[in-house]
Design a protein. Structure first.
Length: 354
C-alpha cells in the first residue's frame, strides 16, 4: 500500500488553476521532492495534504484513509514552514512540546519525547533558550524537532533549507536525509533548489502549471527529461530541433550537423523533433571535425564563465545555435573567439515528447 495517494486533485483560486487533476503516489519511508517554478502548485499541494486548504476535486488518501474530511490536527501529518514559525516567547523545550501539549500528552511522556527529539537533532543543552538566542541552523533544527516529536506518518517540508547560509545548506541537507532514515517517516519536500532536490530525494516530481509532467529518480529525470520544460528547468539542457531522417538520424540545421541519438526517435521521416543535450556531456576540442561526422559541430567560443569547480562556455555553432558547455576548470578554459569542435555521445541525446 502506498503511504500517500493523490487522485485527480484539483484546486482553483479564482480563474487560476493551482492544481489540475494531479495524480501522485508516495511510498512508505520515501523522501519525495517537488520541483517547479513560481505558481506551479507545489506549495498548494502541501497545504492541501496538511489540511490548510480544501481541494475542489479529487481525493487525498493516507494509508488508504481519506484525509479531506479531517481537520489539520486530526491528520497524522506535520508541516515545517519555510519561516520555521517558532513562538518567540517560548523556550526551545516549549516550542518542541507545543503539539504534544495540545494533544493532551501527559507531562512525563512529553518530557521524554521532547528530550528524544532534541537529541535526534543534536540540540541537547539548549532547552531553555529562546529562538532569538539561536543561530539559523539551530532554529531550523528546533522546527524539525517540533514536527518530528508528534511522530507523523508524513512530514511536509516547505523550502526547509532556504533560510540557511550557503555554507550550512549542504551539511544540513545531509542531516535532514539522515533524520528521515532514522525516523522512517515519509518526507515530501518543496524546493526551488534543483541540486538540493536531486541530492536528497529518492524521487522527484516536476510540476508545470498544476500538473506533474515527470516523476522519477533524480538521475533518470535529469538524464532523460520528458519535455522541453523539464529539460530547460532542470539543469538548463541545450535544446536542438531538427527533422527525422529515414535512417533514424536527425538533420539539425541550427547545429550544422547530423544528430544520431542512441534511443529510437519514434517519429516518421520528415517529422520535426527536439532533443535535449546536457552541457556537461559536451566535449570541446580544437581542430576540424570530419566532413561526415555525426554528433560533432563546429563553432566559435562567444563567452566563458568561471564557476569554481566548473567553467561554462557559450559556443555559437556555425548553424546558428548557441550551446552551453560545462567542463572542469582544471582542464582550462578556451579563449573567447577560439574556433572549436564540439562532440557528444549518442546516449547523451534525449528525445523530448513535445
Amino acid at each position: 500500500m502506498s503511504l500517500l495517494r493523490a487522485e485527480g486533485v484539483a484546486k482553483r483560486f479564482g480563474a487560476t488553476a493551482a492544481l489540475d487533476g494531479l495524480d501522485l503516489e508516495i511510498a512508505p519511508g520515501e523522501f519525495f521532492a517537488l520541483l517547479g517554478g513560481s505558481g506551479s502548485g507545489k506549495t498548494t499541494l502541501l497545504r492541501l495534504i496538511a489540511g490548510f486548504e480544501t481541494p475542489d476535486a479529487g481525493r487525498l488518501l493516507l494509508e488508504g484513509r481519506d484525509l479531506v474530511p479531517l481537520p489539520p490536527h486530526a491528520r497524522p501529518v506535520a508541516m515545517m514552514f519555510q519561516s520555521y514559525a517558532l513562538f518567540p516567547h517560548l523556550s526551545v523545550f516549549d516550542n518542541v512540546a507545543y503539539g504534544l501539549r495540545r494533544a493532551g500528552v501527559p507531562r512525563e511522556e512529553r518530557r521524554r519525547r521532547v528530550a528524544e527529539a532534541l537529541a535526534l537533532v543534536r540540540l541537547e543543552g539548549l532547552e531553555r533558550r529562546r529562538p532569538h538566542q539561536l543561530s539559523g541552523g539551530q532554529r531550523q533544527r528546533v522546527a524539525l524537532a517540533r514536527s518530528l516529536v508528534v511522530r507523523p506518518r508524513l512530514l511536509l517540508l516547505d523550502e526547509p533549507l532556504a533560510a540557511l547560509d550557503a555554507g550550512l545548506r549542504e551539511a544540513t541537507g545531509f542531516e535532514l536525509r539522515a533524520l528521515q532514515r532514522a525516523t522512517g517517516a515519509g518526507f515530501v519536500m518543496v524546493t526551488h533548489d534543483q541540486a538540493e532536490a536531486m541530492a536528497l530525494a529518492d524521487r522527484i516530481g516536476v510540476l508545470e502549471r498544476g500538473r506533474l509532467v515527470q516523476v522519477g529518480p533524480p538521475a533518470a529525470v535529469y538524464e532523460r527529461p520528458a519535455t522541453r520544460f523539464v529539460a530547460a528547468f532542470l539543469g538548463g539542457a541545450n535544446l536542438l530541433a531538427g527533422l527525422v531522417r529515414a535512417d533514424g538520424g536527425v538533420d539539425c540545421a541550427e547545429a550544422g550537423c547530423l544528430l544520431r541519438p542512441a534511443a529510437p526517435v519514434g517519429r516518421p521521416a520528415g517529422a520535426p523533433v527536439t532533443l535535449a543535450l546536457r552541457p556537461e556531456r559536451v566535449r570541446l576540442r580544437s581542430g576540424e571535425a570530419p566532413a561526415d561526422a555525426v554528433n560533432a559541430a563546429r563553432g566559435t567560443v562567444a563567452e566563458v564563465a568561471f564557476r569554481g569547480e566548473l567553467s561554462t562556455a557559450l559556443v555559437r555553432l556555425d548553424g546558428g545555435a548557441t550551446l552551453r558547455v560545462s567542463r572542469p576548470s582544471a582542464e582550462g578554459a578556451p579563449a573567447r573567439g577560439a574556433r572549436v569542435t564540439l562532440t557528444w555521445p549518442a546516449e547523451a541525446l534525449a528525445v523530448l515528447a513535445d
